[in-house]
Design a protein around this ligand. Structure first.
Ligand code: ADP
Length: 324
């Protein structure tokens, strides 16, 4: 590959706290390598509309500690079509973009792979609070979202205990129970319900009843968004049994996406951003930065997007064993 002079950077799909420190690291690493950087605004939709703006060192000042993404994010149906992708390639060509860094979740990384398959140099960075991307221990945003959830559960437990209440707390995670499971373990929940592991509603009711009989002053059940039946239905069924606890539901919702990134997420985002930029400079393409243990070991976008990340059995066993 010829030497690259200008790289583009975009954030796409669901936002995740830590995207900003990642953008900052991409820009400043690129400047260190004497490259120009164009920020692409609004994800792939911005890519095919030519919403590009140069980013200098000062443009990414003061964003390290901010949630969200200064580049905005979006979902783009146009980009999923061949004419849409051709338009995106033409826009990058006319703006002089030689290579691209894509920061986003599973769908965004598939989009990155599709550009690579058209012969365009691209490196992906996994950012998704769900931690559902194969080949990496952690995605940007997971740690911050987890801390937000744990903080909320701690507060809800205070009030649950004072009133002898059972609380169903719903976390994000339509297909994946990572956040619910991890939050459940570190906040001492009585039960965790996740889409990967079906549980009969009768067993949930039994668990609440048992908690009451054992003399617990509260019962915290963390439910991932994608668990069937949904949180409201479970709550109604528990309430109908008149077990002893009053039942309440809290759906945490979008609060889980916001807030300043934790130190862990800032560091991860910074390392990923710097690493991705270096990979492009070295002429590498079609890969994703991935954390394995403490090391960053990139894997191919093909591998990352064609496999499903499995939930660890170790955590499942911990959650079940400790909820006594
Ligand atoms: P996330 O990146 O958070 O998983 P989405 O799944 O919505 O979010 O994906 C973000 C965007 O990535 C989509 O709106 C679309 O433009 C693009 N994308 C998703 N899947 C593909 C695909 N298979 N090929 C090309 N682009 C895709």
């Amino acid at each position: 590959m010829e030497n690259i002079k200008t790289i583009g950077v975009l954030t796409s799909g669901g936002d995740a706290p830590g995207m900003n420190p990642c953008i900052r690291a991409v820009v400043r690493t690129a400047l260190d390598k004497k490259l120009n950087v164009l920020g692409i605004y609004g994800g792939y939709e911005g890519l095919l509309n030519g919403s590009f703006r140069p980013l200098g060192a000062r443009d990414v000042g003061g964003i390290l500690q901010r949630g969200g993404t200064i580049l905005q994010t979006a979902r783009s149906n146009n980009f999923q079509t061949i004419p849409g992708r051709m338009k995106a390639l033409r826009e990058m060509n006319s703006a002089g973009v030689d290579a691209l860094v894509v920061i986003g979740g599973d769908g965004s990384l598939r989009g990155a792979l599709s550009l690579m398959q058209e012969g365009f140099p691209v490196v992906g960075i996994p950012a998704s609070i769900d931690n559902d991307i194969y080949g990496t221990d952690m995605c940007i945003g997971v740690d911050t979202a987890l801390n937000t959830i744990v903080d909320a559960i701690d507060k809800l437990r205070d009030t649950a205990t004072s009133h002898n209440r059972a609380f169903l707390i719903e976390t994000m995670g339509r297909k994946n129970g990572y956040l619910a499971q991890h939050a459940g373990i570190v906040s001492g929940a009585e039960m965790v319900l996740i889409p990967e592991i079906p549980v009969e509603i009768e067993s949930v009711i039994k668990a609440v009843e048992n908690a009451y009989i054992r003399g617990k002053t509260h019962c915290i059940i963390v439910v991932a968004e994608g668990f069937e039946p949904n949180t409201t239905v479970i709550a109604e069924r528990i309430a109908a049994m008149k077990i002893g606890f009053d039942t309440r539901v809290t759906i945490l919702g979008h609060i889980q996406r916001g807030g300043k990134p934790t130190a862990f997420d800032r560091m991860l985002a910074t390392r990923y951003g710097a690493h991705a930029t270096r990979l492009l400079v070295e002429g590498k393409t079609g890969i994703m930065t991935a954390l394995q243990g403490r090391e960053i070991n990139p894997i191919s976008l093909e591998e990352a997007t064609s496999n499903k990340k499995a939930l660890s059995e170790e955590y499942f066993n911990l959650a079940t064993m400790l909820a006594r």
